[in-house]
Design a protein around this ligand. Structure first.
Ligand SMILES: Nc1ncnc2c1ncn2[C@@H]1O[C@H](COP(=O)(O)OP(=O)(O)OP(=O)(O)O)[C@@H](O)[C@H]1O
Ligand SMILES: [Mg+2]
Length: 433
């Protein structure tokens, strides 16, 4: 219905039209016109959202708070190393503490700096990142490149030492930094307090890989690990509490079937008690329900979500394969496409050789291709079984685990597929009668 009010010379017009067009359905109606699943803020189920309370992490949070509280009095807290499997709430708990620290720090004496070392993964990147927090004047900022580490380090210490304050630096995914750039920067940071007069600095390192400490110089190891904490995986009951807390905030009342949250919790607990996975299952299930205009999220949506998440992981694996492995995978797919769905290594190799020639890349030996086939098998992209022919020897029987159309779709924009797009496999040598 249109209501048109216009004020012309003749006074006020009010035109009311109930045109035919208004009665017609549009392609969008189906998506707009159903009961909503999510409340306004969908981000509540995303990893970046930090809830006001973290169920089942109170002990860890209190333990960290007891170590860090001293910063509010101007003293340096011990460095902390936090370990725990993926999705056990390490990042969320430390970010939560950062928020609490800001609230408690009335005298503004504490700087809480969070850094993800998967992003900031070089020595100078880390020092520059910390230093620039304390340099207001843009022209004096430490540049990304071009300065020797020594100079970056000296500028950093100078600037952070201007005032009496405690600086807490969170280095999340610290293992990534150590594997990529070694432990030099940690060595510098661990002993920076020796060079400071006014300020004090302490480090919270977070990792889901216990082994990275073996790569640290023993001095760095003992300084960083003044306090160590381990975050245990969640069990299904704990995951249920976490999901319940979020679902109250995220969903309209009554749209979640009572079996949904226990199922998400159980599936995630089977993995290794990963809260991220549990939340992903719930979010994707609800998105699938919303997309198909269902009014309730059911267990069936959760199973669909599980498949979708698994497929998304597979897609990521395929996209990031090295070129040679992509060619081997394509050789398997091409064999399948001509109805050869139990092929031998030799048959894969024949197609592979053609493809490498078409693409102009080097042709690996059959032995090496056999290794790549085993790798694809380990990644779950294909399934290979050893088959013996009595005295005749052994070969592998190979089949793809993902439908060929799916692989082609994933690689649609990939240069590998582009180069071999017009490949026609040689006509089959054996006749299937
Ligand atoms: N106790 C909890 N209460 C509420 N939400 C939680 C809790 N623990 C984890 N989460 C949520 O689960 C997700 C994953 O948690 P987080 O990012 O802290 O895991 P992590 O231990 O840092 O994992 P990774 O090692 O992979 O970085 C986040 O969305 C987080 O908010
Ligand atoms: Mg994390």
């Amino acid at each position: 219905m249109n209501i048109l009010i216009s004020t012309g010379n003749d006074g006020v017009f009010l035109s009311l039209s109930l045109g035919e067009a208004d009665m017609e359905e549009t392609v969008f109606d189906r998506f707009l016109d159903h009961k909503r699943i999510f409340r306004k803020d969908k981000d509540i189920l995303r990893p970046s959202y930090i809830p006001d309370e973290l169920p089942h992490r109170q002990d860890q949070i209190e333990q960290m708070a007891s170590i860090l509280a001293t910063a509010l009095k101007g003293d340096r807290p011990s460095n902390i190393l936090i370990f725990g499997k993926t999705g056990t709430g390490k990042t969320a708990s430390v970010k939560y503490l950062g928020k609490e620290m800001k609230r408690a720090d009335k005298a503004l004496k504490v700087s809480f700096i969070y850094m993800n070392c998967e992003v900031v993964d070089t020595q100078s990147g880390v020092l520059q990142n910390i230093g620039n927090h304390f340099i207001d004047d843009f022209s004096e900022r430490i540049p990304f490149t071009g300065w020797a580490t020594e100079r970056v380090y000296n500028t950093l210490t100078q600037h952070i030492d201007n005032e009496k304050r405690v600086i807490i630096i969170v280095m999340d995914e610290i293992d990534k930094l150590v594997y990529k750039s070694g432990d030099d920067v940690l060595y510098h940071l661990a002993k920076v307090n020796d060079d400071l007069v006014n300020a004090k600095l302490s480090i919270i390192g977070i990792s889901n890989d216990l082994k990275f400490t073996e790569f640290l110089d023993p001095r760095v190891q003992s300084r960083l690990g003044e306090e160590k904490m381990v975050f245990p995986p969640y069990n299904a009951e704990q995951l249920k509490d976490i999901l319940n807390q979020r679902s109250i905030l995220a969903f309209i009342d009554g749209v979640i079937d009572p079996g949904v949250i226990p199922l998400c919790a159980a599936l995630a607990a089977q993995d290794h008690g990963d809260a991220r996975r549990a939340l992903d299952l719930l979010r994707v299930a609800a998105e699938l329900a919303e997309r198909s205009s269902d009014e309730e999220v059911t267990q069936a949506h959760v199973y669909k979500a599980k498949n979708k998440i698994e497929l998304d992981c597979v897609i990521e694996v395929i996209k990031t394969l090295p070129t040679q492995s992509k060619l081997v995978l394509m050789s398997i797919i091409i064999n399948e496409e001509r109805d050869n769905n139990r092929m031998t290594t030799g048959e894969v190799y024949t197609v592979y050789k053609d493809l490498t020639r078409m693409m102009g890349v080097s042709t690996l030996t059959q032995r090496r291709v056999t290794d790549l086939i085993s790798e694809l098998d380990m990644l779950g992209l294909i399934h290979a079984r050893v088959k013996s022919f009595g005295r005749g020897g052994r070969t592998k029987e190979i089949e793809a685990s993902i439908p060929p159309t799916e692989v082609r779709r994933v690689l649609a924009d990939d240069e590998v597929l582009d180069a071999i797009r017009n490949y026609r496999p040689p006509s089959q040598m054996t006749l299937n009668i």
